[in-house]
Design a binder for this molecule. Structure first.
Ligand code: URA
Length: 424
């Protein structure tokens, strides 16, 4: 077999065999297939696509490129949740204890942020003392004892995806649907859960920005799930604006606490209730309506918050020491009108640039910096009224750049749809 023939075949829109896909992926991992050859194949896939069968072979091959986690010693149906990523998306920190408080075990491995979207692990690490590293044995023990654990990746899960993703990032091949589907599903299946809920973000601040592509991505992932007998539910949600009001690691944890105590912004709360209801439906094998009633009860009664405190304590975090940055600036509107849009990408980048994110893996994060949005799309604002607060420490930003994230109009037509559809 020859990598050039495989590249040519895909360039000519032909279907690759299981062996050819294996040859390319395995060869790339061992170094026999060079970066420039894999880049070329990825671009051919990006332009000409993969069939369902090819996508499955690619997923399977990536899945078997490294370790897999065995969660069978945890009692009950384990439901994992994944988000395709968005600005202000902090749902895992709320969902993990919330769902666990209803008896559905959550054994979750999460990632760090790279680029303008934050990562759950960085957000959790903004809680002083919080430990994200555990052995597989300790991780499983904690889930069996208190029902929940969220850690950084243990072992060497799907190394092929790490290598391929790094290449996609710099070759303009991130947006291919079969590549996204196989990347996400190989990692989810390797992490050992029985069932999977995926929040597929659609919009300007998301990986896919139209509903048709989001549907195709969702159907592809549901089909891959079926091949492994892992029931998969994809929820297509709006990412035209940041989720919730707080963006930045410690500020996002603060907002999670507000939701767990029964308050918090409506969009975040509604999304959490929807995602948690599907997770509980799958985990307890009950109806969606029944699951929703139970989820709301946990949030209003404080039981979800109690589980959160237990979870943070089990991972040695001290929530009383959570700190936000000391310099707080209030940015005021220069116009009267309705907030039409808040550019999620711009605001994500701004928060990243004041220190909340990293550009290179070894960059240090400033946990306390970020923003608190005071006016969301659809809200009326008068000139001089506060739009947003900015929390800074050592890195400054231009207030005009903050203002540029907002569009204020005389009569704003705002797309308030949060959940577009569910594909299962
Ligand atoms: N998230 C992933 O894990 N992989 C992708 O390809 C895109 C988003």
């Amino acid at each position: 077999m020859n990598i050039i023939e495989i590249i040519n075949k895909k360039r000519e829109k032909q279907i690759l065999t299981k062996e050819e896909i294996e040859f390319a992926v395995t060869g790339f991992c061992t170094g026999e297939v060079k970066d420039y050859q894999m880049s070329s194949l990825l671009m051919a896939i990006c332009l000409n696509g993969l069939s369902q069968e090819e996508t499955f072979y690619l997923t399977d091959c990536m899945l078997h490129s490294g370790d897999t986690i065995d969660l069978s010693s945890i009692h009950g149906i384990k439901v994992d949740k994944h988000s395709t990523g968005g600005v202000g998306d902090k749902t895992t920190i709320i969902l993990a204890p919330l769902v666990a408080s209803l008896g559905v075990p959550v054994a979750k491995m999460s990632g760090r942020g790279l680029g303008y979207t934050g990562g759950t692990i960085d957000k959790l690490e903004s809680i002083p003392g919080f430990q994200v590293t555990k052995t597989e044995k300790e991780f499983i023990k904690q889930v069996n004892e208190i029902g929940v654990s969220v850690v950084g990746q243990t072992g060497d899960l799907v190394p092929a995806d790490k290598k391929i993703y790094a290449l996609r990032d710099v070759t303009g091949t991130v947006s291919s649907i079969p590549l996204i589907a196989s990347s996400i599903m190989s990692k989810k299946i390797a992490s050992g859960a029985d069932k999977i809920v995926i929040d597929v973000k659609v919009g300007e601040g998301a990986l896919v920005n139209n509903i048709e592509d989001a549907r195709t991505l969702a159907h592809t992932m549901v089909e891959i799930g079926k091949r492994y007998q892992k029931q998969t539910v994809c929820i297509l949600t709006n990412m035209d604006e940041p989720l919730g009001c707080n963006i930045g690691n410690a500020l996002e944890v603060q907002e999670c606490i507000e939701i767990l105590q029964g308050g918090g912004p409506k969009d975040l709360k509604d999304l959490v209730i929807t995602l948690a209801s599907y997770m509980v439906m799958l985990g307890k094998e009950i109806s969606l309506q029944e699951a929703k009633v139970q989820v709301i009860e946990q949030l209003t009664s404080g039981k979800a918050y109690d589980k959160f405190l237990e979870f943070i304590k089990a991972q040695e975090g001290d929530i009383t020491k959570l700190m936000v940055a000391p310099k707080v600036f209030s940015v005021k509107s220069v116009k009267t009108g309705f907030v039409e849009t808040i550019d999620a990408l711009k605001i994500g980048k701004l928060v990243h640039d004041i220190g909340a994110g990293r550009t290179k893996k070894e960059d240090e994060i400033h946990y306390g910096v970020g923003v608190k949005i005071n006016k969301k799309p659809g809200d009326f604002v008068t000139e001089g009224e506060e739009l947003i607060k900015v929390y800074l420490d050592t890195i400054d930003c231009k207030m005009q750049d903050v203002l540029d994230c907002f569009v204020i109009a005389n009569d704003a037509k705002v797309n308030q749809t949060l959940i577009y559809e569910v594909i299962e």
